[in-house]
Design a binder for this molecule. Structure first.
Ligand code: ADP
Ligand code: NA
Length: 333
């Protein structure tokens, strides 16, 4: 049987957003503190370069992402905190999985279709193969559980398909069939400018997202300008049907407050969004400003971050080196 082990990652392709925080990081912290699983959290820089990243910016963003993890409550004594490129077994197993996964599987990924868009011919080969590397990130630890936002559901299914095909092709019971953990009020935080698109750090429109580094004024302004509709808040979740922008703001409020959507609506029924957005901004500032303060403190001396990541890579490789050796042996290498 497999050791209960959690793995998840975030791309240093921009600054952390409220979507990353509510959809992923708060769950990372909860699973770390529950103490039921070993927890491994990763800055996935190899994934980030599937689209162009300026080198100095990538280096900065990787450290700032690490600061975001630490400031949000990831404890490097309790969790293994790493940068993907410092643990070479991710890329090595990624190659094996490029030879297990099928072209057709990759071509069906909605993230590939969204990100390559009209220009699939001009997209990098890495962007196409991204989900095979993600499967390797997870399976090089024999991770049993992966907390993620809803947008990663399809990639997690592909990870299970890769594990199943490898086990079948080589006649082994080597890789676990990993379970996604997609839970809570904010598994899909949407853009503040378009409630049908997810909030993303790589969205070119800064006003579409709350960044963890935004100050109180920026947070208040972005919520004030967020798209809504002219109707007041309904008394229950059913009243948010067909109102994606309104629903998004209520979901964010509920997730930040740690309350259910129905509980929030019972209290806010009949209020106008002009009022509710102010309440939401105040709550967001209260929750996020300690995190941004701690992030800027950590970024003043990045040598501590670099030390944490080197130590994390050493600990990670105690797990990944023996697993990769066994993979090579199974494959005949
Ligand atoms: P981004 O799209 O912001 O670049 P990543 O691809 O690095 O984010 O995803 C990191 C983690 O954050 C994943 O678990 C992903 O599911 C989660 N996540 C990203 N955006 C959102 C969102 N808008 N709502 C909820 N979770 C999200
Ligand atoms: Na993403």
């Amino acid at each position: 049987e497999f050791t209960p082990r959690v793995f998840s990652g975030i791309q240093p392709s921009g600054g952390l957003t409220l979507g990353n925080y509510l959809g992923a990081i708060t769950k990372f912290v909860d699973m770390q503190n529950a103490g039921t699983h070993e927890t491994i959290y990763c800055m996935v820089d190899l994934h980030a370069i599937t689209v162009w990243q300026d080198p100095a910016t990538l280096r900065h963003n990787t450290r700032e992402l690490c600061a975001g993890f630490l400031a949000s409550g990831i404890d490097p004594e309790k969790s293994i905190l790493i940068n993907q490129s410092q643990v070479p077994e991710h890329a090595q197993l990624g190659w094996i999985f490029n030879c297990v996964a099928r072209m057709g599987w990759m071509g069906r990924m909605t993230q590939w279709k969204d990100k390559s868009g009209e220009n699939a011919e001009g997209a990098s080969l890495g962007l196409f193969a991204y989900p095979a590397l993600m499967a390797a990130d997870i399976l090089v630890y024999h991770a049993t559980h992966v907390p993620v936002g809803d947008d990663q559901k399809q990639h997690l299914e592909l990870t299970r398909d890769v594990a199943t095909k490898f086990n079948h092709d080589y006649g082994v019971d080597f890789f676990p069939i990993t379970e996604p953990v997609i839970e809570g009020a904010a598994t899909r935080v949407m853009s503040l400018r378009d409630g049908t698109k997810k909030m993303s750090k790589s969205d070119p429109v800064d006003a579409s997202r709350i960044n963890l580094t935004d100050d109180a004024d920026a947070i208040a302004k972005k919520f004030r300008k967020a798209k809504t509709d002219p109707d007041p808040l309904p008394g229950s979740a059913a009243g948010l049907e067909g109102r994606p922008d309104a629903r998004n703001l209520v979901n964010i409020y509920a997730a930040l407050a740690g309350r259910s959507v129905d509980d929030v609506l019972a209290e806010q029924e009949g209020k106008m969004f002009g009022y509710f957005k102010q309440e939401l901004a105040d709550l967001a500032v209260e929750k996020l400003s300690p995190i941004s303060g701690e992030m800027s403190r950590l970024m003043q001396d990045t040598s501590e971050i670099d030390r944490i990541l080197s130590r994390g890579a050493e600990r990670a490789r105690e797990i990944t080196v023996p697993i990769l050796e066994r993979v090579y042996d199974i494959v005949g290498m």
